[in-house]
Design a protein around this ligand. Sequence first.
Ligand code: ATP
Ligand code: FE
Length: 365
Amino acid sequence: RLVLGIETSCDDTGAAVLDEKGVILGECLHSQKEVHLRTGGIIPSVAQRLHRENIEHVVREALQRSGVEPSQLTAVATTVKPGLALSLAVGLEFSQRFVRQHKKPFIPIHHMEAHALTARMLHPIAFPFLVLLVSGGHSLLAVARGVDDFLLLGHSLDEAPGDTLDKVGRRLSLTKHPQCYTLSGGQAIELLAKEGDRTKFPFRTPMGQTLDCCFSFSGLRNQVTMTIMKKEAEEGVEQGTLLSCVNDIAAATLHTVATHLAKRTHRAILFCKANHLLPLTSPTLVLSGGVASNQYIRKALTIITETTGLRLLCPPAKFCTDNGVMIAWNGVERLREGKGILPPNVDICYEPKAALGVDMTAEVR
Ligand code: ATP
Ligand code: FE
């Protein structure tokens, strides 16, 4: 069995061909990150134009590298939810044309489910397991019970941690910082934090009073912005030109994000244990999403998993961010179980907003 996976939900045009064991036969990824970094955020119409310009050759490259002809494919899997409408549309339109032309089954994929299951391509992880997904667009805790069976324990009430780090990075103009020209806000803050003293700015950890598993990052971003403004005023420098305490602000911001993620994950683990939602032997926490490549955050979560007896698994950075491989893998998993496979001529719509699994957030206390 051979699956072609296609991803265009945000700002990466990705394609990959996988066999049924999850061996990557060929892949290709075109990232728009540098363009969006220059404009200070994603402009959906620009993202769409870039997906349109690249999708043909990204898919052709992935197929060519795999040595697989379209006729040899078993199915095509494509992200159809959630994501930017204009971006999702490009992948879906392309895929529907492709499956009709080559008469192949179509497997619509939920982007967050794909993130959650990617770790199973790399490690033998049995269902159920706990997953923390943290990226530029998402922040959620869920129990993965099956290929299409998820319990949502918590999500962000406002923005996602990667978005917060990107916004703080932009407010500090970190792309003008000599060490950080080509880095995302999250990567820049991780790098600068290494030379910083987090105790100089004791930001409050979000949601200290609530006992659920939800996240909030906008209040932290306000605290950080106020601090930056105060420092700029004290030093009499223009907005975005602070130099003196950037490392300390980065360290304090990252520490607060990591503490918040770790505390919420700890709650989720206790909830799962109390309600027997995880297996007794080898219970696992999978950490994924773009923010998961942050070593400081990984360390914070290692402390939580070690004290609660869970195994922590985190895919390598290239599988934590958006790519065609994870979409193809989700297609492989669905093919194995015969779940969600459509004939080539079925019309389906993309869904910019799509919850992950059964919403249990109100029950988690
Ligand atoms: P989605 O939420 O749909 O997955 P996305 O494109 O925002 O979309 P990713 O590509 O998974 O998600 O991740 C990008 C985000 O990860 C950015 O916000 C970036 O700042 C953050 N990020 C990347 N590397 C690091 C790092 N080392 N530390 C912290 N954050 C990071
Ligand atoms: Fe993603």
